[in-house]
Design a protein around this ligand. Sequence first.
Ligand code: HEM
Length: 512
Amino acid sequence: MAIFLAILASVLVIFLSFYLYSWTYWLRRGIPGPLGFPIFGNLLNHFHHEEPLGLKLQEFTKKYGKVFGITEGLRQTLVISDVEMINEVFVKQFDNFYGRKLSPLHGDPENDERVSIFISQGHRWKRLRNLSSPTFSSASLRKLLGTVEDSVFQILDVLEKKGGDQIDMLEIYQEFTLDVIGRIAMGQEGSKIFENPLFSPVRQIFGKGNRWLFTILSVLPKPLALMIRKRVMQPSEASKNPAVIISLVIQKAVSERIRQRKEQGAPGEPEDFIDLFLDAQSEIDIKSEKNEEFLKANIGKIDRKLSMDEIIAQCFVFIVAGFDTTALSLAFSTWLLTRNPEKMRKAQEEIDEICTDANISFDQIAKLKYLDNVAKEALRLYPLAGLAVSRKCMKSTEVCGIRIEKDTNIQVDTWSVHYDKQIWGEDSNEFRPERWNDQQMKNGANYLPFGFGPRQCIGMRLAMMEEKLILAHILRKFDFEIGSKTQIPLKLVGRATTQPETLVLKLRKRDY
Ligand code: HEM
């Protein structure tokens, strides 16, 4: 018995020492930061849907400065808002930081079969990026415009029918962006606004979610965490996990398309992302890759064509990444225009002058400079996906005089960069679309709503096209107004993204 107790005590001591060693990593390195709790570190901050982590980091920056350390279970993260350092990590030393900060819930980027562009790293990422990029070129976006505009017309119909009622515009925008991505990514035929079966699971992905699972997996050693994750993500019709439900829908759509192609042959022109991915052949030549680190992770698994699992993973990420972000960006632009009616008038004058036909063309969208400034300024004040602006150190290196060890995560505190008075001036808290007339604002790592460097958001231009098109159509017909149910001030919530809790507004028909 005594021997058993002694063994138990030794195991406990080893276990605790291991966690304490990991927890005090930044303290030992002499880098400031909030310690949080033993074992968990700052993980418990991820718990509060009511207190978005992006805003929490901004508070920490005020206290600890532009470079500080946090621990999240067994992971160490350096949080930065120093522009020179961001430039160094995201661009100049990209070869040392080509991975993304991931949680065990994302899976294993090197060994999982079902890996998306968002999660992948090294050569595997380069190949997926190379295959997906043409989908978002100007030529492809021009072709997609008609489909996007058809979804806009469905939304306008709904708004017309609601008359002067107060409307939750966030929900309207979520219906719209899901409709668009369902049609262009998944071959969804026609619009499914307000009857889309994917709406609820996709919304849950960015909702309160399974925080306990996230926390437990984050404190477990990686192999154990990945094993548990595999079980939880097991495809099963009975699963209530939103990610599993969405993946099964995609899997069925891809299998059906493969069957159709076997019977009828491939279409001359790809009809959606599934066709595009089924046709795609990577043109990347592995032999020409110079960065050995970049190559070594998964060279054995790289094929020029995408596997079924990879196609499912790409469609999944485009749906999830393209849905909420764009809807939120629209919600924030709408909110800021509602609060600043004189700016709304200015946007409307421009729209009335340029968009004179029933349909709005790709070239007309490009001419809406003030509306473009509005969208940019809204994303500056509300960098809703700021937490995605992260990297993982793949090879120990030094950045701006700080030694960064392999496997350390880098998280940009985007909110602090976007409100920095040294960058944006004394009025950095104000909504001033006019500031974007100044060319200097557009340069460098001082503006990061879509991230920065080679891994910058691939869907950025699609998102901006969707946003300007629907706003132009709505603002042609309606004024946004505050109603009795409008929440003032806007309450921000969320975990992976920062969202308004609701955005209930009155839409008044414009009198010309
Ligand atoms: C306003 C809307 C959007 C915002 C604010 C946004 C924001 C972001 C951010 C911050 C990143 C990380 C970039 C980095 O690490 O440097 C990202 C990556 C990504 N986004 Fe978006 N996004 C938006 C819309 C979209 C859309 C419409 C799609 C696709 C349909 C999309 C697909 C992706 C993908 C696939 C990545 C990973 C890129 C890679 O790792 O190479 N996003 N996005």
